[in-house]
Design a protein. Structure first.
Length: 402
């Protein structure tokens, strides 16, 4: 009874949050499977590794435009139909069907050489139709003030999936393409069905209810795109330097502490979100990003003191968990609720392309110093952007506007 009362007091629909986390995990599984087999499937059709890499980049470019578009369509559905379920259901079905079709097409010997790449692009396009609407459902799962706590469930499951992704890849490679892709589709369908039963019912607006069409907040959209790039590059550079230390740096070539630290990060996501609740009126995301920027300067300086690195590891867990828990709430604050789908779509699209382009832009080993400077600046810029909603300008609780 105490648990029920506590859940009601928090206003978090935990079942729906868990279902969203399940969909997120199924998407991760599908992407692991896709990347594990795509090169071999295209290779069997005579395509090179360079073609495969360029195809993946093209899919990210496609997502840069399509994620916001489908987010915008889901916002429109929310206003006209009272929910986002139709687009989610359509996207899940299309993604599942095209995903299973990929290994089938790969086994065929057809004269149309571009059929397999086109099928891969079709699947990537189908995936963009529903990912953004699913994440926007978080606004229907918790009040704005409790979103970091709700999102910590996604942070935890995402961290655990990332930790075992190597093992998952080995398992699915041992199955063969067709069983692996079939399992991926079934997992997505099962997770989405679970979510469908827990989604809020459609609530079409009354005919006599005046329709409000607020202007698209382009300043918020620009800030969202900027923080997506800053976070993508800043955290990537930070983790590169962090891994150099804890995967065999100062602690010895045979000592890799990264799996342990990533496990602690995943498990600490929920407790840290709960701990931070009493300070939620403070700009915790900005503080965490500022801390990461300072820690990166420390890592670049390489003082060689083991006990200081241990302190950095502890602070990293708190800061990184806060960033992961707080990024989506920041987007929801920056782009108002009626445009939440568009805002999240912009963030996912820009972030995905920025991550994909990073190794191409910073491929040279001679750019190590420049990388460090860019990383510190990117994290500092992200901290400044995260601080902006707390400047003298009140923001509403958007949970009842989507």
């Amino acid at each position: 009874m105490a648990t029920t009362n506590s859940s009601r007091a928090l206003g978090i629909a935990w079942g729906r949050v868990v279902a969203i986390a399940a969909v997120q995990s199924s998407l991760t599984l599908m992407w692991i499977t896709y990347r594990a087999y795509l090169g071999d499937m295209l290779g069997s059709w005579g395509f090179s590794e360079t073609f495969t890499t360029n195809l993946l980049t093209f899919e990210f470019v496609l997502a840069l435009f399509m994620e916001p578009i489908f987010g915008l369509l889901s916002d429109q559905q929310q206003r006209t139909l009272g929910g986002r379920a139709p687009l989610i259901v359509l996207g899940v079905i299309l993604s599942s069907v095209t995903f299973v079709a990929l290994p089938i097409i790969a086994t065929l010997q057809l004269s149309l050489n571009l059929l397999l790449p086109l099928a891969a692009i079709a699947w990537a396009l189908a995936m963009t139709t529903f990912r953004t609407p699913v994440y926007v459902l978080l606004l229907k799962s918790a009040p704005m003030s409790e979103l970091p706590l709700a999102i910590s469930i996604l942070t935890m499951t995402g961290g655990l999936m990332g930790l075992i992704s190597g093992n998952i890849k080995e398992i699915i490679l041992s199955w063969g393409a067709m069983p692996a892709f079939l399992v991926g589709s079934i997992t997505l369908l099962a997770a989405s069905t679970f979510l469908k039963f827990l989604m809020p019912p459609l609530q079409p607006p009354a005919d006599d209810q005046p329709q409000k069409n607020p202007a698209l907040p382009w300043d918020g959209v620009i800030r969202t795109a900027l923080i997506a790039i800053a976070l993508a590059w800043g955290t990537k550079i930070f983790m590169g330097n962090f891994s150099d230390v804890f995967a065999g740096g100062i602690f010895g070539a045979e000592t890799n502490l990264m799996p342990l630290l990533n496990l602690l990060l995943a498990l600490a996501a929920v407790p840290i979100a709960w701990l931070w609740r009493q300070w939620r009126d403070y700009p915790l995301l900005a503080i965490a990003l500022s801390g990461l920027s300072i820690m990166l300067i420390f890592l670049l300086a390489s003082p060689g003191l083991a006990w200081l690195y241990v302190l950095v590891a502890i602070l990293w867990i708190f800061a990184f968990a806060t960033v992961r828990n707080g990024t989506l709430p920041y987007i929801f604050m920056t782009v108002p609720g009626r445009w939440a789908g568009f805002g999240i779509g912009v963030y996912f699209g820009v972030s995905g392309l920025a991550n994909d382009l990073f190794p191409r832009i910073f491929a040279s080993e001679n750019m190590a110093v420049l990388q460090g400077v860019i990383g510190v600046c990117a994290l500092a810029i992200a901290a400044g952007l995260a601080l902006m909603p707390f400047l003298p300008r009140s923001s509403k609780d958007l949970s009842n506007e989507v």
